[in-house]
Design a protein. Structure first.
Length: 328
């Protein structure tokens, strides 16, 4: 009797809530077994129970902090040992509000480890088997913020620019060898998840029409993946936003972005000498009263915001012109 073929497997990082948890539910609905990766074991267990109750799939949880080399190696090894890995979703990420030079370096280091080193290593591990099997899909969750820069979110925007450029490069390499493996850079805008809650960000500061649900974002991503679309920007308003980013001269964007930062208080996100600070206490300034713009690590259980939306506090109304090499 011929043994049954194993179901396709999807491994999703940052899957304890938000976009990552939504990917898990939608891929389970497509018949995929799951490996859920995040820091919070209790939330992973909760997700696994809910998914297994709704779908006839197997769900494995793998608690891991991907900023730690030992934990990252465990996830790499799990990927390498999966002959039926069909989806890798690199979704884990977090944001920090504040001017780069005024923030503790530890948070910047962790952000680059989570947004750059972890996706790079996990993608490398996944592609070994996917290319050989001529089957597989990798979704790297980037951000609209990756198309440029903003005062107060330098490392976030830079790491997301890297993620988009990295994904584009992998896409080109795979096409050059005739591989059927698909890769995607998903670039959402403001999304209703826990990301902003952890940063104590007031959603009312952003017009309601600019917000999207995680279900909308993930549904758009998977439909576009079926079409082998490289860059996916959910929502017409964000596609228009990116068009304007590319159309405006970079020098004009700089002027508008700097003016925006000054008028909204983002240029005052630091604790420098009183004579150099803004005279008014803004909501953003209050966010940076503690290290890294948030509560101390010992008091902040959701430090990495594993599955939250992929952007920092507000984009300028006329955003950045991205470097050409990071775009399709």
């Amino acid at each position: 009797m011929t043994p049954a073929m194993p179901r396709p497997l999807a491994l999703i990082t940052g899957s304890s809530s938000g976009i990552g948890a939504t990917f898990a539910r939608q891929l389970a609905a497509r018949g995929c077994d799951l490996v859920l990766v995040a820091r919070r074991k209790d939330r992973l267990e909760e997700q696994a129970r809910a998914i297994q109750a709704a779908h006839s799939v197997q769900v494995e949880i793998l608690p891991a902090d991907l900023t730690r080399d030992a934990d990252l190696k465990i996830v790499e090894d799990r990927i390498a040992a999966a002959p039926n890995l069909e989806f890798l979703v690199n979704n884990a990420g977090f944001g920090i509000a504040g001017l780069f030079f005024s923030l503790p370096l530890d948070g910047q280091d962790q952000m680059h480890r989570l947004h750059v080193l972890a996706p790079m290593r996990l993608t490398h591990a996944a592609l070994q088997g996917m290319v050989a099997r001529r089957s597989g899909n990798i979704i790297n969750v980037s951000s609209v913020s990756g198309f440029g820069q903003n005062p107060g979110s330098v490392s976030y925007s830079a790491t997301k620019t890297w993620m988009s450029s990295f994904t584009e490069g992998i896409y080109m390499e795979l096409k050059s060898i005739g591989s059927s493996v698909r890769v995607q850079a998903l670039c959402p805008g403001f999304t209703y998840t826990e990301f902003h809650d952890t940063m104590h960000f007031d959603r009312k500061a952003i017009p309601a029409w600019m917000w999207m649900s995680a279900d909308e974002v993930v549904t758009t991503s998977l439909r576009a993946l079926d079409r082998d679309q490289l860059f996916v920007i959910p929502g017409w308003r964000y596609r228009l936003l990116v068009f304007l980013m590319r159309a405006f001269p970079r020098s004009l964007y700089h002027k508008l972005s700097i003016k925006y930062a000054r008028t909204t208080g983002r240029a005052r996100l630091w604790g420098g000498p009183p004579g150099l600070r803004g005279s008014s206490r803004t909501r953003s300034a209050q966010l940076t009263a503690s290290p890294a713009g948030r509560s101390p690590a010992s008091e902040q259980p959701n430090r990495h915001a594993e599955s939250r939306c992929r952007q920092p506090p507000p984009l300028p109304s006329l955003p950045h012109t991205p470097p050409a090499e990071s775009l399709a």
